[in-house]
Design a protein around this ligand. Structure first.
Ligand code: P71
Length: 457
């Protein structure tokens, strides 16, 4: 059969609430045109993020009941620890409540003034945690990643030439670690090839610099390697993932993505002293080293999720259903970042709204227009998230790309939900000339996209 179906059936359902166009107009005004401020109840299809929004399996829910709530030495922790060790081969597994807590601990130890951290592309929280330590976060994506309409297999790759230059110039004194984000979320969820992971690792080794993965979406990345990279067609996803981790000295992980859980994360490292320092910080901010910031039932569900996510039927459905959305939008003429990523479709807001300049935030304008048209919540990944306005001179620095992300929660929406999204965005595209830009009327000092407020121009 050619039809790829959801490889699950639905046991428990959650009703959706419909709102009218009029209601949504008022909701947007109240929210200061920031979709993070909208009550989830007022959202019909929520594509804000794929983070922590997965539907858990019956097996995971069963595990929640069995979760061991011991303060120290929980059985569920040891189960998670073993699962992660089997998968990654790392020596020390340090649980945290989510990915950014692992980042905070890692960069508090190895970051600091004068340090530089290269990454294929930092995601927002990673960048914030590097910068808050006093260090500088440097993005080194491959040049083709800046071309939304060029279809290539591994547009998430690290720019090895640029990395080599930087490592040669600054060396291990200034660069405490190199990170590679798989898949590359800020670059449209594009995968990184095994060849690129291996080469990045080798470069780091030559300079004596530790190499870490930001592993949030490691399973989706492994699946892309399987279907796109010669030589991996017959390798199991687990073995591909193991090989990916084998090149690294550690990783940060948000379990809220490919861990298939609503809360959870970890920091994994090989270095004994780094692990000791991390656990010392952990007890102050997160909790005892056998639970981090998590309940026993979270640890249990996380361990089970990390096994389930490696199932090939699941990953085939996952990647195929995301590209189904991308292909349909493309057919309607809607400009998307090509090719479709693993967890999301990214609309190219610059091409969608060529009449809105960068400093009027075309991505934010488009995200609001989509909510207004059909109650669909998306996320701007452009100059609101990654641009900057100098507080003194008022000078505006744009992000490299202006995008709106349609992130697909795992195992949550069916094909007809996605068909509704396709129809709605097609309609917005027909009426795109009417959409106007946005002005920021309030912004906080860091991670402004979460709480900024806007007005249409
Ligand atoms: C995503 C998120 C969560 C998020 C962040 C900002 C705005 C909206 C939603 C989180 C990531 C990530 C990567 C590559 C680390 C984190 C932090 N992504 N690295 O994509 O994508 O993990 O959320 O568990 O703290 O929607 P955390």
């Amino acid at each position: 059969m050619k039809t790829i179906i959801e490889p699950f059936k639905i046991k428990s359902v959650e009703p959706l609430r419909f709102t009218s166009f009029r209601e949504r107009e008022a909701i947007l005004i109240n929210a200061g045109y920031n979709l993070f401020n909208i009550h989830a109840d007022d959202v019909l299809i929520d594509l804000l993020t794929d983070s922590g929004t997965s539907a858990m399996s019956a097996n995971q829910w069963g595990g929640m009941i069995e979760g061991d709530e011991a303060y120290a030495g929980s059985k569920s922790f040891y189960r998670l620890e073993q699962t992660v060790k089997d998968l990654t081969g790392f020596h020390h597994i340090i649980p945290t409540h989510q990915g950014r807590a692992a980042e905070k601990i890692l960069f508090s130890i190895i970051g600091g003034e004068g340090k530089i951290v290269p990454n294929n592309t930092h995601f927002d929280t990673t960048r914030a945690n590097v910068e808050i330590s006093g260090a500088q976060a440097v993005d080194l994506p491959v040049p083709v990643s800046l071309k939304p309409d060029v279809k290539e297999d591994f547009k998430g790759n690290m720019n090895l030439k640029a990395l080599n230059n930087l490592l040669g110039k600054k060396g291990p004194q200034r660069i405490p670690l190199v990170m590679l984000t798989v898949t590359n979320n800020s670059n449209a969820g594009q995968p990184v090839s095994m060849q690129n992971i291996r080469a990045t690792s080798e470069l780091c080794r030559n300079y004596g610099i530790p190499f870490f993965l930001d592993a949030c979406r490691f399973a989706e990345n492994a699946y892309f390697i399987k279907i796109r990279e010669p030589g991996y067609e017959k390798t199991s996803i687990r073995d591909i993932a193991r090989e990916m981790f084998s090149y690294a000295d550690g990783c940060t992980m948000s379990g809220k993505k490919d861990g298939l859980v609503n809360m959870g994360g970890f920091l994994a490292v090989n270095d004994d002293e780094l692990a000791r320092n991390a656990r010392n910080l952990l007890v102050v901010t997160e909790g005892f080293p056998t639970y981090g910031g998590l309940a026993g039932h979270d640890l249990e569900a996380f361990a089970r999720g990390l096994d389930e996510v490696l199932e090939e039927d699941y990953l085939k459905y996952r990647v195929r259903s995301v590209s189904y959305l991308g292909e349909a939008l493309d057919k309607s003429g809607v400009p998307i970042y090509q090719p479709p990523g693993g967890h999301a479709i990214y609309l190219d807001a610059k091409a969608f709204l060529p009449h809105i300049p960068g400093h009027e935030y075309p991505g934010q304008a488009l995200a609001c227009a989509i909510y207004l048209a059909g109650g669909i919540r998306t996320c701007e990944i452009g100059s609101v998230m990654f641009g900057k306005t100098d507080p003194h001179s008022g000078e505006f620095k744009a992000a490299r790309l202006e995008m709106v992300r349609l992130a697909i929660p795992r195992r949550v929406y069916t094909q007809s939900h996605i068909d509704y999204v396709i129809e709605c965005i097609g309609e917005v595209f027909q009426k795109r000339e009417k959409i106007t830009g946005m002005r920021i009327v309030y912004e906080p000092p860091v991670l402004r996209h979460f709480t900024a407020r806007f007005n249409p121009i």
